[in-house]
Design a binder for this molecule. Sequence first.
Ligand code: ADP
Length: 565
Amino acid sequence: MTLARRLLAGSLVVVMALVAAIVLIAGGRLRDRLVEEKRDELARAGRAIALQWQPGTDPEMLAHRAGDALGYRVTLIDTLGVVVGDAEFGPEARRRLENHLNRPEIVEARNRGLGASRRHSASAGDDELYVAQRHPLGYVRVSLTTRTLDEIVRGAQRDVLVSGLLALLGALALTSLFARSISQPVVELRDVARAIAAGDLHRRPALSAPGEVGDLATALHRMAEQLATRLDALEADDQLMTAVLESLEEGIIALDERGTVIRINERARSLLGVSTPLPFPRELLPRDHTLREAIESALAGATTPSAEASLHERTVAVASRPLGTGGGVVTVLDLTMLRRLETIRRDFVANVSHELKTPLTAVSGYAETLLDDGIPGDQRRRFVETIRENATRMQRIVDDLLDLSRIESGGWRPNVAQVDVGGVVNDVFTAIQPAAAAKHLALVSAVAPDATHVRVDPTAFRQILTNLVENAVRYTREGSVTLRTRKTDEGVWVDVSDTGIGIASEHLPRIFERFYRVDAGRSRAEGGTGLGLAIVRHLVDAHGGRIESTSAVGRGTTISVLLPG
Ligand code: ADP
């Protein structure tokens, strides 16, 4: 039931109870009061009649006259209780009346001089009020039907009832107005409070309600404002936190005191391979021993130092610390790249040392031999020649390493210009011609008419072509080496093909790595350093291009370089 209805019903009950009480209590009082007054009046009338009743007076006549004059029923009763005169009965009827000596009012009058009684009269046929007066000749009794009294009381009660009903209607109208003026703002406040609780923080109550309801509305208004401000601040904090977490290189997982994951950044999701939406139980995280231990000890309130684990073929460092509020934070750092780089660096140092060791040993060995004065001149010359060859080889390795490190360090930027492919090919072919001629290899240039120029750093382009053509000549016993250009949407492709020994498919993806060689002995024997293709790949990358290779063992190889147009 609404507040308004309850107020209405309450006031209805109160007014009705009030009217009922007034009708019943006031009605009763009024009746008593009237009866009392009438009794006094009847007593006075009785006394007046008593004065008239003298010995010798005709009681019959006296009763009638007095009755007519007063408008009451006057009964004269002798000392024996016989009715000797009655205003409402003639002599005949009167004689049939019972002896009145035992009537209560007569009994009382006999004892005390005056008696009154109110009861039903068999002779009159209704309720009567009797007042009897003792008299030397008997009793004077004056009576009155109480019907008129009852009518007066009922009339009064009716009036009270009507006024009560009118008051009730008035009260109802007033209460309903009042109830509405209170309950409407209260209902509105309730709706607004419900909406705010449901998350609609833009709802505000009207502030026009009167009195305490108005105060309540103002308080609710202020509360909603503060709530919105705090939530905005919280949201901003949360966004900041998310931005910070997402920008971290580390994977972060936050758990609450029950061990439920309540926060996880994208990095952690990808490292741990979890896509379950938050929040989720920690059991859904990978079943790795190190990770589990880090989580459990953080939840138990202990910090764990960084420990390495292997997750989804990645090397990660897992560490954890407890949170002050219970729960904990676990960090996962991807070490895969670091470990790979360490391996590459170790291999590189080993490779460089290895590459330099052989020529160095030769140089120092021959130099030591030369110190011996007894060596004949022509032999001495051969030794010096070998020393020079090895020094040149070391020089080449160091040059290549320097080139590579310059390009790799990122400090080198191609100085791009429009370069005529034919001119560079001629220069490169001229330089390599002696080596090719020694093997009877033909150097063929097939520059396409629509791909005569490329946008490239001229020095880098010369180095790319030199390395590729040198390789082709180096690993080809007979046949030819062809340089072709072709235009595509992406730019100009330069293909260097040979009819040489080819590269087995398992080696093909790795030939661009530093010091990777299919046959190290052969490469060294042919003057290779194992760095040529690595340099080419870096130079092409620096131009935003691409390098591809196809090969068939025993039939030949094609290395293709795309230079974006
Ligand atoms: P290298 O100085 O040893 O030639 P590169 O980096 O130029 O070093 O090449 C790496 C390896 O790739 C070579 O050792 C060789 O085994 C293979 N290779 C490169 N080009 C060719 C080719 N045209 N034909 C066959 N094998 C090749």
